[in-house]
Design a protein around this ligand. Structure first.
Ligand code: BES
Ligand code: MN
Length: 455
């Protein structure tokens, strides 16, 4: 039996324990977007570090970043073999709206082919798939290559301390390739390599009107309602075609080439698949682009949340004093978060009425990335996926963001292989997040093949 098959057999025999370990890991409420959970983030980092030590990884430590710790570890036994950096994030998104969860968000439930809990698909489950693969190879023979681990707790808040960390520890992290399983796949039967990620720029817009909430009968009609002023402004941020109207917004957007149009048209991500996955009554957006191009290659401006006035039960006749919107833009090459910030401020200067005052606050940001698919790492991954799925992977650009990818390129000169078992209907960032177990098992097998292919 080949070394890879020995490891695969070990992984199969240990599936039940792997699931138990994942259930322990997702129990830790490591929500990075909320400072009240700081301790849980440290607990999740400690858990991951303990697991690395348990499977035999060396030099494991929690490293200070100024924010949530980074877990480092390595296995450097093969001076003549390449070094693969394994990336993961142990932080998760909030669980709101909590009443829509059908099973407890942090007490995982296995039902049929799925495991349900926050962080299963995005991405504690994906991280564990790589660690399970590493363990399976280590326990059945000699590890064929060198490994380094970079596990962070701030991915869901824009990896804000990662850049400084990479600058400081560039030597320690020196590697030939990064395996990043945070990018997901088109479907369970369609192994996928992602070569493009969008960036992000996240803002709050605060609108202030009267000095305090007013009786809407006494003052309605004479005072501009801040909720109305805010929604008027938001409505003006797109035209009827869904094109964004911030001044100069598209100036640095790289045009979609004919070749990319053709390649994207061949993917199974069709208008029908978007309709089916989202349950929306109809699709929306720039009609000159297909949905796959709109999410992969075009920038967006999205309202993530609105806050104003009376939203409790029953009726309250109030003219609210303030309104707030959370707005974020997904960015594509060659846009920068700073330029979009300036454009949003300019838009407000040009369009905000005299009846209110306003403030734009920049929250977090994340750079876009385009990865090089012409590398040994990608060839090793593609071959591994073909072995497991029996078909070549599809290559796509993805609409989500993973900050570390561009940072690793720019600071450490390391290219990433963006893969993973997260599927479009896994409800990531939503209630009832789940992970597809058959795909998880396949990814464990694929990672095992990948390690041997890299030798
Ligand atoms: N894993 C996701 C990103 C993703 C999802 C990439 C599906 C490809 C396919 C990641 O954890 C994520 O959600 N990132 C955030 C980052 C942001 C807060 C800076 C995102 O994209 O919203
Ligand atoms: Mn996420």
């Amino acid at each position: 039996m080949s070394d890879a098959n020995k490891a695969i057999e070990y992984a199969r025999a240990n599936r039940e324990r792997f699931i138990k370990e994942l259930i322990e890991f997702v129990k830790i409420e490591s929500i990075s977007t909320n400072d009240d959970f700081k301790l849980q983030l440290v607990n999740a980092a400690e858990w991951a570090a303990a697991h690395l030590r348990k499977i035999g990884i060396e030099n494991v430590s929690l490293m200070d970043t100024g924010g949530h710790p980074i877990v480092y570890g390595d296995l450097l036994k093969k001076p003549n073999a390449p070094t693969v950096l394994i990336y993961g994030h142990y932080d998760v998104q909030p669980i709101d709206p909590i009443e829509l969860w059908e099973t407890p968000p942090f007490d995982a439930t296995v039902k049929g082919d799925y495991i349900f809990a926050r962080g299963t698909s995005d991405m504690k489950g994906q991280m564990m798939a790589t660690l399970n693969a590493v363990e399976s190879v280590m326990k059945t023979g000699d590890f064929p290559i060198n490994l380094k681990f970079l596990l962070e707790g701030e991915e869901e808040i824009g990896s804000q301390n990662m850049e400084a960390f990479l600058h400081k520890h560039a030597d320690m992290l020196k590697s030939d390739f990064c395996l990043n399983p945070d990018a997901g796949a088109i479907s369970a039967d369609e192994p996928t390599i992602t070569f493009g990620l969008r960036g992000l720029a996240y803002f709050e817009i605060h609108i202030n009107g009267p000095a305090q909430d007013l009786h809407s009968g006494l003052f309605g009609g004479a005072v501009h309602n801040p909720a109305q002023a805010l929604t008027e402004l938001i409505a003006a941020m797109h035209d009827a075609n869904g094109t964004i109207t911030l001044p100069n917004f598209y100036d640095s957007v790289r045009p979609v080439t004919d070749k990319e149009r053709e390649e994207t048209a061949k993917l199974p991500t069709t208008a029908e698949s978007y309709l089916q996955q989202t349950g929306a009554p109809a699709l929306w957006g720039e009609k000159e682009y297909t949905p796959a191009l709109r999410t992969g290659a075009r920038p967006t401006l999205e309202v993530n949340g609105l806050l104003s006035g009376w939203t409790g039960a029953g009726a309250k006749t109030v003219l609210p004093a303030k309104a707030m919107a959370k707005i974020s833009c997904r960015l594509v090459p060659d846009q920068s978060p700073a330029e979009v910030h300036r454009q949003l401020v300019k838009f407000m200067e040009m369009n905000a009425p005299k009846t209110i005052t306003w403030e734009v606050k920049a929250l977090h940001e994340s750079p876009w990335a385009i990865t090089d698919v012409n590398t040994n790492g990608i060839r090793a991954l593609a071959a591994a996926m073909e072995t497991v799925w029996g078909r070549q992977p599809l290559y796509r650009r993805e609409g989500g963001s993973i900050g570390v990818v561009a940072m690793l390129q720019n600071i450490c000169g390391v290219e990433s292989g963006l893969v993973g078992g997260s599927l479009p209907d896994d409800n990531i960032h939503s209630p009832n997040e789940r992970m597809h177990l058959p795909t998880w098992y396949k990814n464990i097998d694929a990672f095992i093949h990948f390690f041997f292919n890299m030798k």
